[in-house]
Write a protein that binds this ligand. Structure first.
Ligand SMILES: Nc1ncnc2c1ncn2[C@@H]1O[C@H](COP(=O)(O)OP(=O)(O)OP(=O)(O)O)[C@@H](O)[C@H]1O
Ligand SMILES: [Mg+2]
Length: 493
């Protein structure tokens, strides 16, 4: 039965009989010293052989060196070693990327596996509660491969029978501290196998400059920033609405602006028409007005009218497209309408006028439930993700969680269990605006990202470069005076 337990047996904890019966002491036999020494020598040799089998490259090099010295002497061996070092130097100079991939990181990984992980593995497992006791024997999870990259170590672990990845997720903070890492994330690799991702240095510590938009724009891969693994962070806007949640100063503005920037060429060509509401009086989005087909920053009444117009447009499109297509294709005549609301709570919770609040809530929930297929998308920013602030939070299929004030808010934004799976939004420091977590398609674990920072100068330049041909000039001071005058371009334009 014991053999059925997967894991590495590290200690025999037997002090009393297993079934709690009477204590039976076996006769004590003291082996002779020569036998103890012999057993230890055999054990040592076995360990050496195992290590050689585990590191065939190192073993081959060491054996080769010994043979060289024995057959040709120290001078020749020294020349061969110097020659090899020279070849490595030329390789490093000629192609650093492949040199780091095939030489630097594997050597560094072998070193870290032995010195950092192997050396402390048993104590770490016991102290973090991940060692398992069974039949008075102690089993620890088996340490597998270690793969290093510039900022992270990936450590493969074979679980002990009866363990589940969630146990490791709960112990991840303790593991990070134990192994001297900034953070530890758990990725499921398969049955009984996980990868621990230890972050040694923060790859997102420096701000990301505004990214150049692709032209033509790919709505399925809009570049917003970078991911922790160094890959570009892109957003798929097709068939979705986007919620950006984060405390004040978390960098919601940079996500919204990065999205608008990524859409720039499509805005200029008329394929995308941003309808923008800035309930904070224009503090966030004012400078980009030339890019917006419609913009409202002063009057809540006018904002409600604008949302009602979006609902009318959505209903008209639904009637027009049903039976023709199941997904609207944006054209300059019939563009994708992107309703951007900078602070949703101002419209859904803090607005004094309850009639207006209900009207806005109704329009927003209609847009969120029916707009996706007909090319009316909503992008909303929000400080407080509680249900009483945004009752229709769940209608946003795509959610981005930046720094949040409370741990409980993480699951409100990203879904149940997201924080346990590594989305530590409440631990993002204030000094890292634009950093957050997202759930990517098909991935269980949240991914840490940083949005590109679009400066005021970038915004003004964008507004000049990508003006919207659908722009409706609105006298911003006139409350409620939002005319709905679509200005479709000619098909030939
Ligand atoms: N991606 C980023 N990279 C670097 N700095 C950023 C980034 N995003 C924002 N910042 C800095 O953080 C400040 C606050 O950002 P921002 O105004 O976007 O926060 P916010 O979440 O919109 O806050 P609020 O809810 O108060 O409007 C900005 O003035 C800017 O200096
Ligand atoms: Mg803001």
């Amino acid at each position: 039965m014991l053999r059925a337990v997967h894991g590495q047996q590290s200690a025999d904890l037997r002090v009393t009989p297993w079934n709690g019966g009477p204590v039976v002491r076996p006769p004590v036999w003291t082996p002779p010293t020569w036998l103890i020494v012999l057993v230890q020598v055999v054990k040592f040799c076995g360990r050496c052989l195992r290590a050689c089998a585990r590191h065939p490259v190192l073993t081959g090099l060491a054996v080769g060196l010994v043979v060289l010295v024995a057959r040709y002497g120290w001078t020749t061996a020294g020349l061969v070693v110097a020659g090899c070092a020279g070849v490595l130097g030329v390789w490093a100079g000629a192609h650093w990327a492949s040199f780091t991939r095939f030489v630097v990181w594997p050597v560094w990984a072998a070193w870290r596996r032995a010195w950092v992980y192997r050396r402390h593995w048993r104590s770490a497992m016991v102290l973090t509660g991940l060692a398992v006791e069974f039949c008075e024997r102690e089993y620890i999870p088996r340490l597998g491969r270690v793969v290093c990259a510039r900022h992270t170590d990936h450590v493969a672990v074979h679980l002990v029978s009866g363990q589940e990845p969630e146990q490791w997720e709960r112990a991840s903070a303790a593991l990070a501290h134990t192994f001297g890492a900034i953070s530890c994330r758990v990725h499921v690799a398969g049955p009984r196998r996980i990868w621990l991702e230890f972050t040694r240095t923060d790859p997102l510590a420096t701000p990301v400059p505004a990214l150049d938009p692709a032209n033509p724009v790919d709505l399925a891969a809009l570049p917003l920033g970078v991911r922790e693994d160094g890959q570009p962070w892109t957003l798929n806007l097709t068939g979705t609405h986007v919620l950006v949640a984060g405390a004040s100063g978390a960098g919601k503005g940079s996500v919204v602006w990065s999205l608008l920037r990524a859409l720039g060429p499509a805005v200029a060509s008329g394929h995308v028409a941003p309808w923008v509401l800035d309930p904070k009086g224009g503090m966030e989005l004012w400078d980009g007005q030339a890019m917006f087909a419609r913009f409202e920053a002063d009057s809540y009444e006018a904002m409600a009218d604008l949302l009602d117009k979006a609902v009318e447009l959505m209903d008209e499109r639904t009637r027009r497209l049903r039976g023709v297509t199941r997904q609207h294709e944006p054209t300059p005549v019939d563009p994708l309408v992107l309703v951007v609301v900078d602070e949703l709570a101002n419209l859904t919770a803090y607005l004094q006028d309850s009639g207006l609040r209900k009207r806005i809530g109704k329009a927003l929930s209609l847009l969120l439930s029916k707009g996706r297929a007909v090319g009316v998308h909503v992008v909303g920013a929000l400080q407080d993700p509680r249900k009483d602030v945004l009752p229709f939070r769940d209608l946003f299929p795509t959610r981005i969680a930046l720094r949040l004030t409370e741990a409980a808010q993480v699951d409100m934004v990203l879904g149940d269990g997201a924080r346990d799976r590594g989305a530590l939004c409440d631990r993002i420091p204030r000094e890292l605006p634009g950093v957050g977590y997202v759930l990517l398609d098909g991935e269980r674990e949240p991914v840490r990202v940083r949005a590109a920072y679009v400066s005021d100068n970038d915004i003004r330049a964008m507004a000049r470069e990508f003006p919207s041909p659908h722009r409706v000039e609105i006298p911003n001071t006139v409350a409620g005076a939002v005319p709905f005058i679509p200005r479709p371009r000619e098909a030939s334009e």
